[in-house]
Design a protein around this ligand. Sequence first.
Ligand code: UT7
Length: 331
Amino acid sequence: MCVAVLAGVGGDIPAGTVTNDDLAARFDTSDAWITGRTGIRTRHVIGLGESTSDLAVRAGAAALASAGMSTVGAVIVATTTPDRPCPATAPVIAARLGLGPVPAFDLGAVCSGFVYGLAAAQGLIASGLTDSVLLIGADTFSTILDPDDRSTRAVFGDGAGAVVLRAGSRAEAGALLAFDLGSDGTQEDLITVRAGGSRAPHAASGPPGPDRWFSMRGQVVYRHAVQKMAASARAVLADVGWSTDAVDLFIAHQANERILTAVGDELGIPSRNIFVHLTEVGNTAAASIPLALSAAWAAGRLRPHDRILLTAFGGGTTWGSVALVWPEIMP
Ligand code: UT7
């Protein structure tokens, strides 16, 4: 059977930074609290006039260059912070990358969006609908965070990460080998922007209220994230037939370093095999896994034929995992 094979990777983070000390100057918080609770020291944010598509275009171009490709058959953009509610951001990105009239669509699964996107790309490729996909995870949560919420402001940052997938065989390095996806919409209120959609449109008159901002029930989300990521990772490992010892690098959604450690402990994956990338970028939502892949590859942490386990959890709630073998792509 034809499967999706990873052929290129790239990432982009905006130049602007918000350090823990910057937050401590504005809120009742401290570098010690944020570092101790999350492992995050800095997050990057877009400047005036920048948007999600700007980061996504740069990440997509980097992924295409690393794959040595200038065309693809489709573009998928996983995002919760599109440039505008309508139209989708993917067609704009495809046009700006000069990819021609390819199918292009946005995918919404919040922080699980990239893993869902890998499954969507696999479906498009395995069905024969296309022979290659540019998948970008891109988010600018700085545009939806409550300016007065020290909890979410400490966690989230902006960024974009991308991969190129092409048609190939299961035996090839780079093949996506197994998937696990799930959702629980009864928990929709754990991670949410309450207003601005059809359920609670912004009022026709007057400025939008506080419900316009992103909100997260951090402690409950923390527990769900650990449980669901561990269970999903176990499911995908069983499917692919790997023991946890066989995993060379575990790259989970970079929500909080304590969550990464807790999931690793649940699974019995030693800390040396858990990739931590959030220290300087925070939680970049749909961008977090592809940005981590890009950083791990640039740092020489990914060697051809390494067995990689990806796991994510996000709003919805949604979760998912993918097992893949790292390809022979040259830096
Ligand atoms: O990406 C999607 C998935 N997201 C996640 O997986 C995120 C999961 N959640 C988390 O990472 C953590 O819940 C947070 C980092 C967001 C918060 O850490 P926490 O240890 O769960 O804190 P908490 O929300 O339970 O709050 C504990 C205390 C509260 O004070 P009181 O009520 O006990 O007096 C908060 O007001 O810490 C306070 N607090 C802060 N204090 C200083 C919350 N944020 C801060 C802050 N600085 N930045």
